[in-house]
Design a protein around this ligand. Structure first.
Ligand code: GLN
Length: 613
């Protein structure tokens, strides 16, 4: 392909739209930058836009669709577009917006990115997440640097151009630094929202510029079924899709969320009013499990329609698809198979008010429950109501495992410490996550070392024994600025022979994701260790304690991590710390479980497998 030829529509110059920054924008209305070497049409774009209302499971829908395409051997790069002005999700309250999901590179994102990572079994980066705040910041900073050469800076073409640039950059690098086959775009909110309008406009422009067979718009809509009528009504969906069409976007596919299978009559109406052929209108009604969605899409032919619309059939590999599909079907079958074991797990947190705040923990437990064939019941414990040990004991009575999850702020902290104590003294399997790890250190300091004034400086800056504190010098060594958090994937060195090393398959190093500000004060490490608490996971260079445990002589399963193990748990590869917890809980009820194949892998107390010749 020639480098540059204004008469050849196949070249960046000739196709007109790809005017680069630096070219006099006075002379053109275009502002549609692309990375050097970008070629139209090589990467395809699938865009999912919601209509009618939010909360339809757009992230699950888009990630399941991306999975189906990925399973065919194509590389996929998802991107979530948020309409809010925050630069990232770091400052968002999880009780309002759901958990903050931390990516490997430390980017603090929306919980939907967790859904993509889990369903696609693929690590994402900050390139897979964009907010209005990021886009506007980029535009305004460029303006201050004189980057628009005297032009007035406008929503169209400059803000929309910036969005298109982000998409094209992802296209070129979204496959581990290489070009992706398909970029999956999920637009936050619904069509007609004020704040995502510029994304929708940018996507309209993108579709025009990329040319035929490059972009596929999927409208995810909702079919109402009012109980007073007892039948499905399509009007809200029709109006929602019209909002999209008013914005200049003709959907190629309509996916109808609904409680029950969508009737032919409703599908026909939708097809007629939205100019979408009936074969491209799909019923995406409720399923008993989200893991059943990819197969349901496949059975309906949604994946094939996308491949046809984007002319992608040639790039697929039926052999790869067979392997991926067999693995997934086997996994989904196990979800519904009767469970062999049953445990109850106590989690300190208020789940009812905030289903989404612990989404990844919930998923990590689910992954283990499927792998270990265990029916795990969760009991949510509001620790702000636990005023003494007796109340704690009655709140936890009957659970076979306890998780104290991460958190910020003082509320309920003393109750969490009481829960740790209950689990430690009653030898009930325990997992402390981030704040829960810190609580375990403080509880040990108070109860075993007798340091009544032990606390974290997060809660009591002038406490007598600041066992957990902010260590600015330590952070400086790691290159972390001022009051900011330690974020993202870090290496953890595991002590040989420890429970930690046993869980991570005998390895002596592994990587997990962090999000914390405070850590164990090094001055207390030797005393804690002498009294039996082992810091079995450490930073490779600095005295940063990253995992703790009690020896088997003291407790069957008492483990904590300064990181968030739930963030790396995947359906087909659950996180080892959760696996160890659930397995230890099963073994506490059924000792013979330790002798089974799974028990030998996950329960440390199991005698070593003897191999006979
Ligand atoms: N608040 C604690 C800290 O900043 C724990 C953080 C967490 O649990 N994610 O260190």
């Amino acid at each position: 392909m020639p480098q540059s030829d204004p008469n050849n529509p196949e070249t960046p110059e000739g196709c007109g739209f790809l005017s680069q920054f630096g070219k006099s924008d006075e002379s053109t209305e275009w502002h549609s930058p692309a990375p050097a070497g970008y070629q139209r049409g090589r990467t395809k774009f699938v865009v999912v836009i919601g209509t009618v209302m939010s909360g339809l499971g757009k992230g699950i829908f888009a990630s399941s669709l991306a999975k189906l395409i990925k399973d065919k051997g194509l590389s996929v790069a998802p991107i979530k577009m948020e309409g809010y002005l925050n630069i990232d999700s770091g400052t968002l309250n999880p009780y309002r917006h759901g958990e903050v999901f931390v990516l490997s590179d430390g980017c603090e994102t929306d919980m939907d990115l967790g859904t993509y990572e889990r369903i696609l079994n693929q690590d994402l980066t900050r390139k897979n997440f964009v907010t209005a705040g990021q886009v506007y910041t980029e535009v305004l900073e460029r303006e201050r640097r004189g980057g628009y050469l005297g032009r007035d800076v406008q929503m169209i073409p400059h803000v929309t151009g910036t969005v298109k640039m982000r998409l094209r950059e992802l296209a070129m690098t979204g496959n581990n630094g290489k070009q992706a086959d398909v970029v999956f775009v999920e637009v936050g909110g619904t069509a007609g929202d004020y704040e995502n309008g510029f994304y929708i406009e940018a996507l309209r422009e993108l579709a025009f510029e990329e040319g035929p067979e490059s972009t596929c718009f999927v409208a995810l809509t909702y079919i109402l079924e009012p109980s007073i009528l007892g039948e499905q009504k399509s009007k809200a969906a029709q109006l929602g899709i019209k909002r999209l069409m008013e914005a200049g976007i003709q959907p190629n596919i309509v996916a109808c969320r609904a409680k029950n299978p969508v009737t032919d009559k409703v599908m026909e109406k939708i097809a007629m009013f939205s100019n979408v052929p009936l074969k491209r209108v799909f019923s995406m009604h409720d399923r008993e499990s989200v893991y059943a969605i990819p197969e349901a899409m496949r059975a309906g032919g949604l994946d094939r329609e996308i491949l046809s619309l984007l002319n992608l059939h040639d790039r697929t590999s039926p052999a790869k698809e067979d392997v991926a599909r067999t693995e997934w079907l086997d996994f989904s079958r196990r979800i519904f198979a009767p469970r062999k074991h049953r445990i109850e797990l106590g989690i300190t947190g208020k789940y009812a008010a905030l289903r989404d705040a612990y989404a990844s923990i919930d998923k990590a437990i689910e992954h283990c429950s499927i792998q270990l064939s265990c029916d795990v019941r969760t009991r949510w414990i509001d620790t702000s109501e636990l005023m003494d040990d007796a109340q704690t004991a009655s709140a936890l009575d009957g659970v076979q495992a306890v998780i104290v999850p991460g958190g910020f702020g003082q509320r309920g902290v003393e109750g969490k410490i009481r829960c740790v104590k209950w689990a430690r003294t009653n030898k009930v399997p325990f997992l402390g996550i981030c704040l829960g790890f810190q609580m375990a250190v403080i509880e040990f300091g108070r109860s075993v070392l007798g340091l009544a004034g032990a606390n974290s400086t997060e809660f009591e800056p002038n406490c007598a024994h600041p066992m957990i504190s902010e260590l600015p010098d330590q952070k400086k060594l790691e290159g972390i600025m001022g009051g900011t958090m330690r974020l993202g994937t870090q290496e953890v060195i595991l002590e040989p022979g420890s429970l930690a090393s046993f869980l991570y398959n005998g390895k002596t190093e592994m990587r997990e994701r962090f999000r914390h500000r405070y850590e164990v004060e090094p001055a207390y490490i030797a005393r804690l260790q002498d009294a039996g608490l082992r810091f079995s996971g450490r930073h490779p260079k600095f005295p940063i304690m990253q995992m703790l445990e009690l020896p088997q002589t003291m407790h069957p399963y008492f483990v904590g991590g300064q990181f968030h193990p739930e963030l790396t748990s995947r359906p087909l590869a659950p996180n080892p710390m959760f696996m160890g917890l659930v397995a230890a809980a099963i073994a506490s009820r059924e000792p013979e479980f330790a002798q089974t194949e799974l028990g030998r892998r996950w329960v440390r107390s199991a005698p070593r497998a003897v191999t006979t010749a």
